[in-house]
Design a protein. Structure first.
Lengths: 114, 114
DNA sequence: TCCATATTTCAACGATTATCGAAATGAAGG
DNA sequence: CCTTCATTTCGATAATCGTTGAAATATGGA
């Protein structure tokens, strides 16, 4: 991961509501979650949520797909792992002091909650 | 680490110049680096640098001490590790999928470069 | 076709951010 | 004491951010 991408990902996660959204997506796993379900879970207005989704998508931390009238957002685990890798690599002066941690999606869930 | 602190740390690192500063401090190790040396290394005006130092300090990612006319800034490895821990813990739905990575300062350096 | 649902787009707003130039502070040395 | 060096403080600026209300778009069902 390039420094530019790392800064983008960090910025995307450096906001209360957005961090909440991402954490929720991570919990939901690869099945993802509808925008509405997230709006309900976090009690956020839909337009505000769209704004934050855009940030996460732009940073490569989430993807969207349509499902009927809903849109389903999914966490992008690879980007998160790349970020963790970047941070650990750049943490000890180029010589990694610990194996980069990785994150796999949680065991399958009912997904698309609500 | 609390969510609030995580957001603060993320925000502190989510900026080009500041990420550079922090990486430099990490490379310098526990000996730290003078503000002047950093200013020279990154070609940043001293007042701008002070601004960024404040952010890093406020986020707990750096500390200062005085040495004669200079001020020496040092990376706070514990906070960085705590952040990595927070991110990995919150990455797989509460159940960590990998041991949290840790970061120890690089092998001692000449430190206080310049 | 018409209506309800789900989400996005748009314009606006106050708040925060990163940077700058100029002036102030603090410490060491002659 | 006066000067020089290192860093910080202050005031201003343009740009970006997060949120809002209102209107638009897209989908599915009666």
């Amino acid at each position: 991961m390039e420094k530019t991408d790392a800064v983008a990902a960090l910025a995307a996660l450096a906001q209360d509501n957005r961090l909440d959204v991402f954490r929720l997506l991570v919990q939901a796993g690869p099945g993802g979650m509808t925008a509405g379900a997230i709006a309900q879970a976090l009690d956020l207005p839909p337009n505000t949520l769209t704004f934050h989704f855009d940030r996460l998508r732009l940073a490569g931390l989430a993807t969207v797909r349509r499902d009927g009238r809903s849109k389903i957002y999914t966490a992008q685990f690879e980007t998160m792992n790349a970020l963790l890798g970047f941070l650990t690599e750049n943490c000890c002066g180029g010589a990694p002091c610990a194996p980069a941690p990785t994150c796999k999606p949680a065991r399958k869930r009912a997904s698309v909650t609500a």
